[in-house]
Design a protein around this ligand. Structure first.
Ligand code: NAD
Length: 470
């Protein structure tokens, strides 16, 4: 029987990072995954989607650069593009394998199931092996939620993975759910020429974000010709007989009669209505590991479940279901197991790879008030940023939220070019409890987008240089 200090179940960004950190701290580690190392993020999510989003951005910018005197007839060889995307994925997953090995992590292919307090069975192609462990870290991730009647087994009904594995750009696509996946992939397909309709049950896209942040995204979506059906849900679908499908939508509220039904034809439908935890495959019941009513494993700040030597991290441990949150929590779990004194992060940024991008971190203005602060804010528009204009961008802003009395940064929001990168500086400032003055007096290189953060701090302090209150 194999013996290990730490058994990590699931090799996504939560599991493999936890495994590497435990290895660095001198523990013997076995990392088991039934699929490819790297999990959803590397193989079927963040990485392939960003590869395609980036390529679609290139195509779109070249096709829309006439005002800069650039005219080009751009053709996309989608087959070559997807091969390149697959090579990027392979390079990264191979890299993760090497990193695991370099840190002494034993990689094992198979499905792990806890059978009692300190043993798990790993099954692979009919072979079953038992592993004895001191601690376990469950990082089994999440799966896309299926809508009733829309089975992912049916070829035209896509989840994000299938959408990223398409061999052709669809002419027409219906996207059900205007959240992260719905908006990111819709924008990407629209830029590659697909006619996209988004069916969202609420009255705006990206419901986790404020109207101020989503307004520029809506504006660009309209410009790209993306259509929205708000307050509606997908009820049913059928084949049309000519290789296409017809999707019936109805109002999200219960007053749906036949009159309220609408029909959309498309080549495919992408269902992106959220993800649910994979907490039913690893034998958690054998140890009495508690889950909430949605199936998420309940943990404390250190990732510990109700069973002392079992930890959970990543999507399976609940919101926010973000790769970087899972990785950070994986480090904390590994350090706790190894007897180190981990520092759970104060803030976790979130980023949406739409056009423009959105990035947020820390508290919003109203959250700051709710938590007893008297907030002060500073907002700098990208239309006043020299670097944004030289990149052909003018929509969006940086907004900082600070405690009025101390000036300590509490949070920030960015919508605009490179928001996914810019939010890191604000995250650092919030995590390190820097003040508005600290940010305002840090010289930022010119001309850069990051100057907008310095200027937003100046705005909050009442002495902006490159903008003024009318
Ligand atoms: P989501 O929760 O972001 O969005 C789901 C959307 O579907 C919501 O807007 C919701 O109102 C809508 N919806 C739900 N049921 C519906 C129905 N029956 N008909 C119409 N609309 C409906 O979920 P997602 O986009 O599927 O993404 C899943 C998870 O993946 C997210 O929780 C996120 O954490 C993660 N993710 C993150 C990123 C990123 O960080 N950039 C990117 C992609 C995915």
């Amino acid at each position: 029987m194999q013996e290990t200090d730490v058994l990590v179940i699931g090799g996504g960004p939560a599991g493999y990072v936890a495994a590497i950190r435990a290895g660095q701290l001198g523990r013997t580690v076995t990392l088991v995954d039934r699929g490819d190392i790297g999990g959803t993020c590397l193989n079927h999510g963040c990485i392939p989607s960003k590869a395609l989003i980036d390529a679609a951005d290139d195509v779109h910018s070249i096709r829309n650069a006439e005002d800069r005197g650039i005219e080009a007839d751009v053709a996309v060889d989608f087959d070559q593009l997807t091969q390149w995307k697959d090579r990027v994925v392979r390079k990264l997953t191979k890299g993760v394998e090497k990193l695991c090995k370099a840190n002494g992590v034993t990689l094992q292919q198979g499905t792990a199931r806890l059978v009692d307090d300190h043993r798990a069975e790993i099954s692979n192609d009919g072979d079953i092996e038992t592993v004895a462990f001191d601690h376990a870290i469950v990082a089994t991730g999440s799966r896309p939620i299926e809508l009733p009647g829309f089975s992912f087994d049916d070829e035209p009904i896509l989840n994000a993975k299938a959408a990223l594995d398409l061999e052709e750009v669809p002419d027409e696509l219906v996207v059900v759910g205007g959240g992260y996946i719905g908006m990111e992939l819709s924008t990407m397909f629209a830029k590659l020429g697909t006619d996209v309709t988004i069916v969202e049950m609420l009255d705006a896209p990206l419901p986790r974000y404020s109207d101020d942040l989503t307004r520029p995204v809506r504006k660009k979506a309209d410009k790209l010709g993306m259509s929205f059906q708000f307050g509606r849900v997908a009820a049913d679908w059928e084949q049309t007989g000519d290789g296409r499908i017809r999707i019936t939508t109805e109002p999200a509220a219960d007053d749906a009669g036949e009159d309220a039904l609408e029909r959309l034809t498309a080549d495919k439908a992408l269902i992106a209505v959220g993800r649910s935890p994979v907490s039913d495959t690893a034998g958690l019941d054998a140890l009495g590991v508690e889950r909430d009513d949605k199936g998420f494993v309940e943990t404390d700040d250190l990732g510990r479940t109700n069973v002392d030597h079992v930890f959970a991290t990543g999507d399976v441990a609940g919101e926010p279901m973000l790769a970087h949150e899972g990785s950070a929590a994986g480090v904390v779990a590994a350090e706790t197991i190894a007897g180190a004194a981990p520092a759970p992060p104060r803030t976790v940024p979130s980023v949406v790879f739409t056009d423009p991008e959105i990035g947020t971190v820390g508290l919003t203005e109203s959250e700051a008030s709710e938590q007893g602060h008297e907030p002060t804010t500073g907002k700098f528009p990208f239309r006043a940023s020299g670097r944004a204009l030289t990149a052909g961008e003018r929509d969006g802003f940086v907004k900082l939220v600070a405690d009025a009395e101390s000036g300590t940064l509490l949070g920030g929001e960015v919508v605009g070019p490179e928001a996914s990168e810019l939010i890191a500086e604000i995250g650092l400032a919030v995590e390190q409890e820097l003040t508005l003055s600290d940010v305002a007096t840090t010289v930022h290189a010119h001309p850069t987008l990051s100057e907008a953060i310095m200027e937003a701090a100046d705005c909050a302090l009442g002495h902006p240089i490159h903008t003024f209150d009318r």
